[in-house]
Ligand binder design. Sequence first.
Ligand SMILES: Cc1cc2nc3c(=O)[nH]c(=O)nc-3n(C[C@H](O)[C@H](O)[C@H](O)COP(=O)(O)OP(=O)(O)OC[C@H]3O[C@@H](n4cnc5c(N)ncnc54)[C@H](O)[C@@H]3O)c2cc1C
Length: 446
Amino acid sequence: MDKKIIVIGAGLCGTLLALRLAQRGHKVTIYERRQDMRTAQISAGRSINLALSDRGLKGLRLVGLENQVNDLVIPMEGRMIHPMQGDKSYVRYSGRTGEWINSVSRGGLNILLLNEAEKTGLIDIHFNMECQDIDFDGGKITLTDLGTKTAVVDSADVIFGTDGANSAVRNGMMAQSPRLRFDFSQKYLDTGYKELEIPPAEDGSFRLEHHALHIWPRAGFMMIALPNLDGSFTVTLFMPFEGEKSFSNLQKDDEILSFFEEQFPTAYAQMPDLLADYRSNPSSSLGTIKCYPWQVNGKFLLMGDAAHAVVPFYGQGMNASFEDVVVLDGLMDEYGDNWPEILSRYQAVRKVDTDAIADLAQDNFYEMRDGTADPVFLLKRKLELHLEQTNPNYFSKYSMVTFREDLPYHIAMTKGRQQDQILMDFASKVTDVNQVNYDELSKMLV
Ligand SMILES: Cc1cc2nc3c(=O)[nH]c(=O)nc-3n(C[C@H](O)[C@H](O)[C@H](O)COP(=O)(O)OP(=O)(O)OC[C@H]3O[C@@H](n4cnc5c(N)ncnc54)[C@H](O)[C@@H]3O)c2cc1C
């Protein structure tokens, strides 16, 4: 227990990890590039939220925060789909009762974790410290103190890189890739995203149904909205960077307004600050990063987005990063303070699952954007819900990924894809769920 541990990055994964390490009796130093978000206004006052589901909740349960997080979430039991024509429709996420996902404030959750980390008395958090360079053989890191612009060198027995999708620790591994045989791939989508807002109504209430994740699927682009505790919704427009309907083509005020009015009428009516938000918020890129190995010399380990950044369409990036901590914790139970063994076993067991969620998240982009507007897909969802209501052993792919914290992602992917093929085939041959022979279907799904 007298080992010194450094965690680089006090985002969602790094703070949960540090908290767990401290609960196990380790002394931890965290270095974080940003200012302390508890005292600094980081996102210009905008609420950014994330979908928190069972795998993430398992991580929070591990550190005893499952109840406290309840004060920060709004349960979303289904998707509210706003088609181009016709009435909106509501599709539950699960046919089982008691299964939903949660909208949670990214900042609120990070602050809860930072506060709990500090309460342990075993964690020193240094903000405004940017990791610049890694000496893998010497076990040292070099940081810049962004306040004083001076260089700081530190070393530890174990050093975790939880510094997000643009990880400096990973870049250090890349720089030594021939020696480490470090594999790296990065795949951008041609679609980017822009965050917008539906503010609360004048009386503070929600302007849309708030126990749902709203989706406006359109051919080639889409918009979603998740509720915040203050009565607002964070709205995210996903759209190609180039092409006919694209960020680069939507520049003039009148074009922006008429685009939203025409494409998203039910949201447009509720977005009084649309133009200002559209102009001031960036259009950001989305991509998948895979790399390997994650550990070097039994001393350095990448976790969270630094190891596996995924596109956000399964709402699993944070959940997977929290699950990383659960997996590592299990290995600490098994191997005690044998860190080289823990680190090498961790990467060996975890990689197949984070690859799976990365692939599933890419698939779900097309499902959310195009599938939720496709009548065969909607019929298939109804079949799945019926099966979940009537058969306790049936779990859709979405349910396996989102609600089965006991099931590794790679099994959810393989089984879920097989089920999807069978169900899409059935759904394409009928016009109503009542025409389906459920006995025949259930036999095929076993
Ligand atoms: C648009 C969008 C929507 C998303 N929606 C969801 C969702 O609904 N559900 C879900 O589960 N996930 C979602 N995600 C993914 C989720 O945000 C990430 O998976 C999660 O934040 C990963 O946590 P992390 O701690 O690994 O990285 P981060 O949260 O990015 O934290 C990394 C930390 O490291 C710090 N840092 C970076 N570089 C350095 C450095 N050189 N030195 C020191 N510190 C450094 C950063 O300042 C930051 O605090 C979404 C992502 C996006 C982009």
